[in-house]
Design a binder for this molecule. Structure first.
Ligand code: XMP
Length: 512
């Protein structure tokens, strides 16, 4: 895509993705790269400006993340945030020291020079600090443009105002005027003029898809989630009937889910869709399997087998479209994390190689909330766009132990009630993801005068921005009470309800 872009170099900050989001909210496209990027690659990317993230290291620490070239001398405007400022001092000859008072949390920034990045910002203004080391003298030729009670050199700038370093984090919510500062950097300092938004993204992406695909046809596996659905609507605009949408009902969906998707496509979008009923195949292969990873692998393979079978009858299909998002492909030191496999995520992985298909991923540069914005712009209804994520392996990873039709039935009923109660309480949009889980244990209860020995259902609700980390949601007691009451009264076979109070990490969002 021909778009003005800001490159964010990641030095391991927990806020790196947030910087990218905030810059995009300013209407300017931003991408994250690890600090290990080569000088040639960075120049080839031709950014309008560069932002250096914070990071947990000291520039003097052994193995500190330091680029192999002088990023400040390439002629691009640079904004160094926290560690980025210390790197500026380290590279350009200032000095950095351990702060006598480490600063974590709110601080008041006094602006000494209100031009460029501080234009329109009040003085003092509340900013968010999170650092041990700090600058004790700026590099020669640099001017101090802001200070705080604890930090004399809280913001420094080169004489030409193109290289700026700030000790605080403009990307976090607690820096009240952070958005103005970032906007000033990308617009005034870097000179970005384009407006990058859902509308412009759609326009450019339709052209890109048409150029890439030519006269070929594209197969799209519709999971029924937001990403693949929005991708389908976009691809249909670009390719018309050269798009083949297939939804596999794996028998692991929630109540009426496959029906809803079918109707949405047929009636609202008027996009042809084929539904393959794979219930017997999936449930047959899953019978008696308890191990979470085995379940995931079986489901992934069954998807591929059904698709292969289906695609035999399609001529001219050369591409497989997927709703992959930016957080899945992002290359950054902070996001990559350890390389151990926690869970084998599946979206038709393995299929392209087997079938000799090329991959089309129109959203590989977008965050989830941006895909939602694209969906709204394309006319996908709000109730659908705002839906919580639902994992590819479906309810199979929410039934601990072996999956069976009976247990699926129990979980569907409990999950329906749970989500209905959340909606009735007006909490659905506040929660990032909520679902019920069926545990592999029975517990004793008493109903009427009878002893019961039945299933336990766990309720999970989390808040998150991207699913990478999550907090358990503090569900109001009265809502919990009515959920528990209804599930136990209305779902025969469940006699106990528990609420999950585990955040991620250390837990994961799904139980398997
Ligand atoms: P975890 O459980 O890893 O989940 O904390 C993070 C997010 O990913 C979803 N999830 C999946 N999505 N295929 C998917 O498309 C999968 O195999 C899969 N496993 C987990 C999960 O629902 C949560 O939103």
């Amino acid at each position: 895509m021909k778009t003005e872009k800001i490159i964010i170099l990641d030095f391991g900050s927990q806020y790196t993705q947030l910087i990218a989001r905030k810059v995009r909210e300013c209407g300017v496209y931003a991408e994250i790269y690890p600090f290990t990027i080569s000088q040639e690659k960075l120049i080839e990317l031709n950014p309008k400006g560069i932002i250096l993230s914070g990071g947990p290291s000291s520039v003097y620490a052994e193995g500190a993340p330091i680029p192999s070239f002088d990023v400040f001398s390439l002629g691009f405007p640079v904004l160094g945030i926290c560690y980025g400022l210390q790197l500026l001092a380290y590279t350009k000859g200032g000095s950095v020291d351990k702060a006598a008072h480490r600063e974590f949390g709110r601080a008041e920034l006094v602006i000494d020079s209100g031009d460029d990045i501080f234009e329109g910002v009040s003085s003092p203004t509340s900013v968010w600090m999170s650092h041990g080391d700090h600058l004790t003298s700026p590099p020669a030729g640099f001017e101090t443009i802001g200070h705080s009670g604890n930090t004399d050199f809280c913001a420094v700038s080169s004489a030409d105002r193109k290289i700026i370093g700030i000790q605080f984090h403009p990307e976090v919510h607690h820096t009240i005027e952070g958005k103005i500062i970032l906007n000033n950097f990308v617009r005034k300092v870097c000179g970005c003029t384009e407006q990058w938004n859902a509308h412009s993204f759609i326009e450019t992406m339709i052209k890109t898809i048409q150029e890439k695909v030519g006269d070929d046809s594209v197969l799209l596996a519709l999971s029924g989630g937001v990403d693949s659905t929005v991708a389908a609507v976009l691809l249909h605009q670009a390719l018309g009937d050269r798009l083949h949408c297939v939804h596999i009902d794996n028998g692991l969906m929630r109540t009426t889910e496959s029906d809803t998707i079918y109707k949405l496509f047929k009636e609202s979008f008027k996009i042809p869709i084929e539904v393959i009923d794979g219930t017997e195949l999936f449930l047959g292969r899953l019978a008696g399997v308890e191990d979470p990873e085995k379940k995931r692998k079986i489901i992934g393979t069954a998807f591929i087998d059904l698709f292969e079978e289906y695609a035999k009858n399609l001529n001219g299909v050369k591409w497989l479209a997927q709703g992959t998002l930016y957080p899945d492909v992002i290359e950054s030191v902070s996001v990559k994390g350890p390389s151990v496999v926690i869970k084998s995520h599946h979206n038709v992985g393995g299929l392209p190689d087997k079938m000799n298909l090329k991959i089309l991923e129109p959203f590989r540069e977008l965050f989830k909330d941006e895909v939602r914005a694209v969906g709204r712009e394309l006319g996908v209804p709000e109730w659908f766009v705002a839906r919580h994520p639902f994992p590819g392996p479906g309810l199979a990873i929410r039934i601990l132990g072996a999956v069976s039709k009976d247990r699926l039935g129990l979980l569907r009923k409990a999950d329906d009630i749970y989500l209905e109660e959340i909606r009735n309480a007006g909490l659905y949009d506040e929660i990032w993801q909520a679902f019920a889980v069926l545990l592999p244990i029975n517990s004793v209860g008493v109903m009427g005068d009878e002893r019961t020995y039945e299933n336990v259902c766990a309720l999970r609700a989390v808040t998150s921005t991207d699913g990478m980390t999550a907090d358990w949601y503090q569900m109001p007691y009265e809502v919990l009470a009515s959920m528990s009451n209804r599930i136990i009264n209305e779902v025969r076979g469940i006699n106990r309800v528990v609420y999950d109070i585990t955040s991620k990490p250390p837990g994961t969002i799904e139980w398997e």
